[in-house]
Design a binder for this molecule. Structure first.
Ligand SMILES: [Zn+2]
Length: 200
C-alpha cells in the first residue's frame, strides 16, 4: 500500500473521520512545512509518556508521578455517588458545570443499535463492587441523550441488576435535549440535568 493511502487510513480510524477526510488531512500535511509535520509526529509519539490512565476511573490525565488521578485521590469527594460517563470529554463537561462532587467511571464508549461498540464492563462491575465497600449509594447514568446513549443505559441497568437492592441508579433529567451529546452541553443545562435526575 502506498504511503498516502496508508496514512489516510490511519486518520480514518479516528472518531468521526471518514476515508475522504483522512485523505484531506494527508494532503494538508503534504502541503505543510516539514518542521510542522515533524512537530505533529513528535507530539503523537510522546503522547503516551506524560499521560497516564487512572486505574480507578480509567480517565486519562497528565502527570508522571501520581498513581491515581486528582478526582480519585481527592478525599473531599463524595463516595456515595458514582457517575458513569461515556468518555473523558464528558467528564470534563460535568466538571465545568461544577456541581457534581462524587466519583467517576469512564465507560470508554457506547453500544450501537447495530450491536457494535463496547464498554468497559468487567472494570465497571469491579469498580461498583469496590465502591460498595466504601459507602456507594447511587450510580448516576450520565450518558448522551442519543439512541446509542439510551441503548447503553438499558444494557448497564441489566448489568447492575444484581446490585439493585444495594445501590440505586439515576438518570440525568430531561434538561438535556434529545439527541444532544453530553460533551457539547453547556454548564447551565448540565447543572439542570443533574439536579433533575430521576431514579430508574
Ligand atoms: Zn481517576
Amino acid at each position: 500500500m502506498d504511503h498516502i493511502e496508508e496514512l489516510a487510513r490511519a486518520f480514518a480510524h479516528l472518531p468521526g473521520i471518514g476515508p475522504r477526510q483522512g485523505k484531506r488531512f494527508v494532503f494538508h500535511l503534504l502541503a505543510s512545512p516539514p518542521e510542522e509535520r515533524k512537530k505533529f509526529a513528535e507530539l503523537i509519539a510522546s503522547l503516551g509518556k506524560g499521560v497516564r490512565q487512572c486505574p480507578e476511573c480509567l480517565r486519562f490525565y497528565n502527570g508522571s508521578t501520581a498513581l491515581i488521578c486528582n478526582y480519585c485521590s481527592d478525599n473531599k469527594r463524595d463516595d456515595t455517588q458514582l457517575m458513569l460517563v461515556e468518555k473523558d470529554q464528558d467528564l470534563a463537561a460535568v466538571e465545568r458545570a461544577g456541581t457534581y462532587r462524587g466519583r467517576y467511571f469512564v465507560l470508554g464508549g457506547v453500544l450501537m443499535l447495530t450491536g457494535k461498540g463496547a464498554i468497559r464492563e468487567a472494570q465497571l462491575l469491579e469498580t461498583v463492587r469496590r465502591r460498595l465497600t466504601v459507602g456507594l449509594k447511587e450510580i448516576v447514568l450520565a450518558l448522551s441523550a442519543t439512541s446509542e446513549g439510551e441503548h447503553t443505559v438499558d444494557h448497564i441497568r441489566l448489568l447492575l441488576a444484581p446490585y439493585r437492592d444495594k445501590v440505586k441508579t439515576s438518570l440525568l433529567g430531561r434538561g438535556l435535549a434529545t439527541g444532544s451529546e453530553l460533551e457539547y452541553s453547556d454548564a447551565e443545562t448540565l447543572r439542570a440535568a443533574l439536579s433533575n435526575r430521576k431514579e430508574t
